[in-house]
Ligand binder design. Structure first.
Ligand SMILES: [Zn+2]
Ligand SMILES: [Zn+2]
Length: 229
């Protein structure tokens, strides 16, 4: 996707227009998790969001597009999102950023998660940097705001590019659904509060890419998602 359709707001006309970004979604693990490779077409520098597994495939796609990956970004500590992070970080020699520290207990129990879902054991990842509400993370030449959205997982974060009107929503909000809350440390009421207080106010025009399935917009979900009826 690019921001070519984005109109400059009045008052911002003297600022240089931010370059667009390119995103390729790489479905990984038996959960078909939307691992994303995002980069600036200008500099070819970028990041991998949620490398849950199938590291060889991710590396192949990185090479195919000639992207220089500078960091690995995690939305939350479930195995389908973090399973390949340690391996990929070691191979690329880059840091792992996120999620919120409240997911540390989940990340530490990644071996139990593997067993629970019948997945092969994975190398445990140690994030180099925890994130908190209001933090800014720079990748692919863009500045993403960090929204702490607990409920699906206690340390779940969403990355929002306010100028591009785009978010990586992980497993908080899906097209037509919301994240499950029956896993350890999940809580339904907390998740609904996160969506209503953090995600819906971003604006109906904001599009988002979830951790599974199709992309959507906040406006479409506000009107059609059965969980807000
Ligand atoms: Zn999850
Ligand atoms: Zn997931």
């Amino acid at each position: 996707m690019t921001n070519s359709g984005h109109e400059m707001k009045s008052g911002a006309t003297t600022e240089p227009k931010q370059p667009p970004v390119s995103i390729v979604v790489i479905p990984v693990t038996p959960f078909q998790q939307n691992c994303s490779l995002i980069w600036s077409p200008e500099t070819k520098k970028g990041a991998v969001v949620d490398p849950g597994g199938d590291v060889e495939t991710i590396v192949k796609v990185i090479k195919e597009y000639g992207v220089e990956v500078e960091k690995i970004i995690l939305t939350h500590g479930h195995i389908d999102h973090i399973g390949g992070a340690a391996d990929l970080a070691a191979q690329l020699g880059v840091k792992v950023i996120g999620p919120h520290k409240a997911d540390e207990p989940l990340i530490e129990r990644v071996a139990d998660q593997a067993k629970q879902f019948g997945l092969p054991d994975v190398k445990p990842v140690r994030p180099d940097e925890w994130l908190d509400e209001g933090d800014m993370v720079e990748f692919a030449g863009r500045n993403f705001e960090v929204l702490h959205c607990p409920g699906h997982a206690p340390g779940h974060v969403v990355f929002f590019d306010r100028d591009l009107r785009f978010a990586f929503s992980g497993d908080v909000l899906f097209a037509g659904s919301i994240g499950r809350t029956d896993l350890p440390l999940g809580d339904h009421d907390t998740l609904i509060r996160s969506i209503k207080e953090k995600m819906l106010p971003l604006g109906d025009d904001v599009s988002f890419l979830p951790g599974h399935g199709e992309a959507s917009t906040i406006g479409h979900e506000r009107q059609t998602n059965p969980f807000f009826k």
